[in-house]
Design a binder for this molecule. Structure first.
Ligand SMILES: [Zn+2]
Length: 47
């Protein structure tokens, strides 16, 4: 499971519907939604 910081809840949440996305610069990151408020949450992979 991936975690990211929700800007609305202002805390670390478990990302729902997490999908791997590649940015224009070729960096991979995870994008999904906050399970509590539905706000888009992104997190960069730390590897
Ligand atoms: Zn939230």
């Amino acid at each position: 499971m991936s975690e990211g910081r929700c800007m609305k809840c202002k805390k670390q949440v478990e990302i729902k519907d997490a999908k791997k996305v590649k940015s224009k610069k070729g960096k991979e990151y995870i994008r999904g939604v906050c399970p509590k408020c539905g706000t888009t949450v992104c997190t960069f992979k730390l590897d």
